[in-house]
Design a protein around this ligand. Structure first.
Ligand SMILES: C[S@@+](CC[C@H](N)C(=O)[O-])C[C@H]1O[C@@H](n2cnc3c(N)ncnc32)[C@H](O)[C@@H]1O
Length: 262
């Protein structure tokens, strides 16, 4: 673990108002906020989207199993707490490759080993993930599973084919399963390049990229979108009320939606 470099998990934790972050992470966020002042707002509306999407899938679609790719540091509430508010038997497998996430996650997320598990894996390693005991258990009797890729696919470079990754995961889930996707996006090419360059620099080239709206739309090809006819800036996806916080600027956004796999 290299604590002299910022990590995306700890930077996100800082933007959400968490305390599991270090000076390097906060410094990196200050620079990121200089490049794109709406970044904190964007992180908050993204987390709120994740919570709404999980609650909607549990409450309206009856989903009881969740596979959370790039789950991040524990926060309030976590995916299992949202799902278990609807049904205490709901099951969640968390996947992340950041050692700090795993250290905190094992303590705080695996509250009940029969319903939650934390897997140390790179989400690109689908062979390892689908061979793991936790995921085989999640898939044991063909119940629908919701696979979450919330604010994580921008960590995967084009060369590692995030579109193919999403397809590969969708193909391994029982039919009638769901995907929840959001991705950092902008149609401002200059902003895309400057933020991607900055994130590459601070993560020693282990980041992906900010994508254009049309590149993110391709993630949803062949899927049936729910509650919105097309992907949207995530604060516009099924808002709790007209007064719910909205992303006010469009310099860059978390863009995505919820879809059913055919
Ligand atoms: C911005 S946070 C998103 C957290 C959470 N999904 C959310 O939206 O609230 C991105 C997370 O993805 C994780 N991550 C990045 N690349 C990953 C990879 N290749 N495999 C697994 N996790 C990854 C990071 O460690 C971090 O915890």
């Amino acid at each position: 673990m290299d604590l002299s470099r910022p990590s995306v998990a700890r930077m996100y934790d800082y933007l959400l108002g968490g305390t599991d972050n270090y000076y390097v992470d906060r410094e990196a966020c200050t620079e990121l906020l200089r490049l794109a002042p709406s970044t904190r707002e964007l992180a908050l509306v993204n987390r709120a989207f994740l919570i709404r999407a999980v609650r909607y899938l549990a409450q309206v679609q009856g989903v009881r199993r969740f596979l959370d790719h790039g789950s991040g540091l524990p926060t309030t509430p976590n995916v299992h707490q949202v799902a278990q508010d609807i049904d205490p038997a709901s099951e969640v497998v968390y996947i992340d490759n950041d050692p700090v996430v795993l250290a905190h996650g094992e303590m705080m997320l695996a509250e009940d080993p029969t319903t939650t598990a934390v897997l140390n894996a790179d989400m690109r390693d689908t062979t390892k993930i689908f061979a793991s005991r936790a995921v085989r258990r999640l898939l044991r009797d063909d119940q629908p599973v919701a696979a979450l890729f919330v604010s994580v696919l921008h960590c995967i470079p084009d060369g590692d084919d995030p579109w193919g990754l999403v397809r590969k995961v969708a193909e391994q889930l029982p039919s009638g399963s769901y995907l929840v996707i959001s991705q950092l996006a902008s149609d401002d090419e200059g902003l895309r390049d400057s933020i991607t360059g900055f994130m590459q620099e601070i993560t020693n080239n282990s980041w992906g990229q900010v994508r254009s709206i049309s590149e993110v739309n391709r993630l949803f090809e062949g899927l049936d979108l729910l509650e919105a006819p097309e992907p949207v800036e995530v604060s516009r996806w099924l808002p709790d009320s007209d007064l719910a916080p909205r992303q006010r600027t469009e310099e860059w956004i978390e863009y995505g939606g919820v879809a059913r796999i055919r």
